[in-house]
Design a protein around this ligand. Structure first.
Ligand SMILES: [Zn+2]
Ligand SMILES: [Zn+2]
Length: 509
């Protein structure tokens, strides 16, 4: 089964189990009002209004047992389309379902009921065929509060989380994995190893690397710089603030304004933004003088801080932050350089990922030939660039997956999906061709034939966000960094306090 298919199936299995949870809760707490129960990553939840009753983790076992008991009779999901009237009558005591019914009616969609055993729910569908044969193992994991519709002005509901699998073996494996992931959680280990911190006075989402953490960070930077040197990059140093005008030309204000922090000067009317990426600035460095074809390729690297105004609820440790820096690189080149530059960058990325013992899969994101209008640049340019990338991967005997329609509107890209020690996947390294930005900034070079032409820009990152990469590495290594990265290289431990302390101090200095 393909990963995508598998994910779809697991979502159906887990959503079916959410129905089962609601059925069991209603058997045990007939006054409870079920609301919604979607599948989520690794499981499912269902939100209930228990009214006066309060539910805790201690009640989960009883609910679980009831689920297992009911499951025996759940051999299918019967589906039936109903009128809004009928639906309202059925759920007359449940204001939450009534609200959902109103919405479905307003959207002019079909109202459907799904029944398994004695339990009927308002649902759009997405279930397995035979729940009692397919749900082989289930587990309720925790209870939490959740606002109806995620809106803090609305009712506080009780959310019960759970998961399920086809077999007991799979559930056990998952629970072990979860335990291991908990041990390795970079938020926990990062504090224990004293690597990084957050401060309410500084702001959530703004990580601070402490002296030890900064050693890890600097070692990674040093390593990236070595690789950049080998690839002919020149490092630049750039300011964090930029005039709004820069991002208007780049198109960021149009597409990304909500994601940027805005800053005002006390002098003058200019609006500024903290930069979410380095690319627009690098076009200005390229453009500071007239370029000849002989100057190309020109490669700039940059480790400047970048800022993104993330929703507070979406921030998470080092893996989702508002301030980070990338091992960013931009290559300005001619079309005939694409293969050579990709070749060199591919080698560099392979070297970096293997240094950190990370396995990866290459995904080549191409345009959708049926919708050429969605993409910028001439057909021939796209076709040739995509062909060059394919050939390169084949020449180098690298296995890859092609995804049509996944290219950015400005060019095809190659992404490296990394698998860490916990078998989780991360998008880390990327190489992207950009036919758009050089045009927006009217970049030019004088070609061999004397004509002025637009260069191609390639965006490249090997480890991506350093913050996120360090978060991933802490979990990947379980806090046990390889010696070259380890902030504490050697510990001297005196055997007895009287005789050895002096000697130990001597060796240590
Ligand atoms: Zn359903
Ligand atoms: Zn870029």
């Amino acid at each position: 089964m393909s990963d995508k298919k598998n994910k779809e199936y697991m979502d159906e299995l887990r959503h079916s189990c959410a129905h089962l949870l609601a059925a069991a809760v209603l058997e045990l707490y007939p006054e409870a009002k079920p609301t919604i129960g979607p599948p989520i990553e690794d499981g499912f939840y269902y939100d209930f209004d228990f009214e006066k009753e309060s539910i805790s983790k201690d009640d989960l076992e009883q609910i679980e047992n009831k689920m297992r008991e009911l499951l025996k009779d759940w051999d299918s999901f019967e589906h039936r389309e109903v009128s809004a009237e009928e639906a309202r009558e059925y759920f007359e005591d449940n204001d939450y379902k009534l609200e959902l019914i109103d919405e479905i009616e307003q959207d002019d969609e079909k109202i459907t009921f799904y029944t398994s055993g004695n339990f009927t729910d308002l649902c759009r569908g997405g279930h397995v065929e035979s729940p009692n044969e397919e749900i082989g193992a289930l587990k309720l994991e925790k209870v939490a509060g959740a606002y109806w519709r995620g809106d803090e002005d609305k009712e506080m509901l009780t959310r019960i989380y759970g998961t399920c699998f086809n077999t007991k073996g799979e559930l056990e494996e998952y629970l072990e994995w979860k335990q291991e992931a908990k041990h390795r959680d970079h938020k926990k280990l990062g504090t224990e190893l004293d690597l990084f911190m957050f401060s309410d006075n500084i702001g959530s989402g703004f990580p601070i690397f402490t002296p030890k953490g900064n050693i890890v960070r600097q070692e990674i930077l040093k390593y990236c710089r070595e690789i950049n040197d080998k690839c002919g990059f020149n490092e630049v140093h750039t300011p964090n603030l930029n005039k709004k005008q820069l991002f208007e030309t780049s198109g960021h204000t149009e597409k990304f304004e909500d994601g940027m922090f805005e800053v005002h000067s006390n002098f003058g009317e200019d609006k500024y933004f903290l930069k979410p990426m380095n690319c627009p600035q690098h076009t200005q460095i390229f453009d500071r003088k007239l370029r000849s074809y002989r100057d190309l390729p020109i490669r700039y690297s940059d480790f400047a801080n970048l800022y993104r105004d993330e929703k507070p609820g979406e921030l998470s440790g080092l893996t989702r932050v508002s301030c980070f820096s990338q091992d960013d690189g931009h290559i300005f080149c001619k079309q005939e350089h694409i293969k050579q530059e990709y070749n060199q960058t591919l080698d560099a990325i392979e070297e970096v990922l293997s240094t950190f013992d990370l396995e990866y899969e290459v995904v080549l994101s191409l345009w959708d030939p049926e919708n050429k209008d969605d993409y910028l640049g001439e057909d021939s340019l796209w076709k040739e660039a995509q062909q060059q990338l394919r050939e390169l991967l084949e020449d180098k005997d690298i296995e890859y997956k092609e995804e049509a329609g996944e290219a950015a509107f400005y060019g095809p890209k190659m992404d490296f999906i990394v698998t860490d020690a916990l078998k989780r996947e991360w998008d880390i390294s990327t190489i992207q061709i950009d036919l758009n930005l050089p045009r927006r900034f009217e970049l030019e070079y004088v070609d061999e034939d004397g004509n002025r032409k637009t260069p191609i820009m390639i965006h490249r990152a090997m480890v991506g966000s350093l913050e996120r990469f360090i978060g991933i590495l802490i979990e990947h290594y379980g806090g046990k960094f390889p010696v070259w990265l380890s902030p504490t290289q050697v510990h001297f431990i005196p055997v007895s306090s009287e005789n050895h302390i002096k000697g130990t101090k001597k060796i240590a200095t």
